[in-house]
Design a protein around this ligand. Structure first.
Ligand code: 5GP
Length: 164
């Protein structure tokens, strides 16, 4: 039986504060936090508050279709952020996990020639990741259950009478 890393919302709250402290201690002061939706949005929100950065952007990347099953390559979905807006800006890319690292590499390569500096922060990094993130909370080889995606979407209860 394979082991799972189980992140709860409570543990995530501590993780994101610790990750932010590591970034602050390193002296990196991002102008922009670029989140990779959807999982990276939680991380970006926590980091932006903890680092007192008021500028969050978002890029949608589609890659995983199930536990361990992926498309051939990650793809950025429209609308893609206008990285020209980030020239002279220090960017912090935020995501939940670098697994193969292909998602982070895609976003990093997309930014790198247009911005002053780009660094990456993730809650988890797996050993095979082809991008080595500057900031990692925890390294693991296990499949991770994230609190925002461990449950199925809520059931739509159709036919409810709203104004009875
Ligand atoms: P990568 O491109 O690094 O292989 O994967 C990045 C994305 O895949 C993550 O942002 C996440 O959405 C998904 N992913 C990769 N590994 C895991 C995992 O162990 N657990 C979950 N829940 N998602 C994962």
């Amino acid at each position: 039986t394979e082991t799972r890393e189980n992140l709860t919302y409570e543990k995530f709250g501590r993780a994101v504060r610790e990750l932010a402290q590591t970034i602050a201690d390193d002296g990196y002061e991002p102008d922009v936090v670029l989140s990779i939706a959807r999982g990276g949005v939680f991380v970006a929100g926590g980091l932006a508050y903890a680092l007192d950065c008021k500028n969050i952007h978002l890029v949608n990347v589609e890659f995983y279709t199930g536990v361990g099953t992926t498309l051939a390559m990650p793809v950025m979905l429209a609308p893609v952020p206008n990285v020209i807006d980030f020239s002279n800006k220090k960017v912090l890319i935020a995501d939940d996990v670098a697994d193969t690292g292909k998602t982070l590499k895609l976003v990093r390569d997309f930014c790198i020639d247009h911005v002053a500096e780009v660094r990456s922060a993730v809650i988890y990094e797996k050993p095979q990741s082809l991008v080595k993130c500057e900031y990692v909370w925890k390294r693991t080889d296990d499949w991770i259950n994230f609190p925002w995606s461990v449950e199925q979407p809520v059931v739509r209860r159709s036919g409810q009478v709203l104004d009875a």
